[in-house]
Design a binder for this molecule. Sequence first.
Ligand code: ZN
Length: 167
Amino acid sequence: MPVLTPERSCSKQNRPLNPNSYPCLQVGGDTMIKKINHIAMAVKDLDQAAKFYQNTLGLPLSGIEVVAEQKTKVGFLKIGGSNIELVQPAEPGSPLDKFLETRGPGIHHICLEVDDLEAEIKSLLDKGAVMIDQKPRLGAHHSKVAFIHPKSSNGILIELVELPKEQ
Ligand code: ZN
């Protein structure tokens, strides 16, 4: 088993760390991202796919809704403070058709929750991220969403969501 030198180990807890010696500590900083809101699975048939999550894993399905703007039908399975989103094409010509054709059913995107979507988009653009949406668009349940291009995020489609403020 290789012995980690201090330069390479981040597990030394009890002495002050010099971040310059620990590259893995030099992360992020100013983030407005609150949590993983959901992980989305592309499915061909939401009702059919939901059976596994409901009957086998015992997760309650709720919030089934057609998102007209994205031509998709979505349903959410709540797990703690996050969700699994099942998403199926709602009509021919849905952007999801192509994904299912080329990749088949599977993880489609990860959704991160933010407080202020417009500010987050601006911040990402300033940092050189490639955005699919440069402005928020309407998501499920009156939320505002925007997608980051997988080019910027190592091949994973990332959705940002701002939930509607409680009235
Ligand atoms: Zn989503």
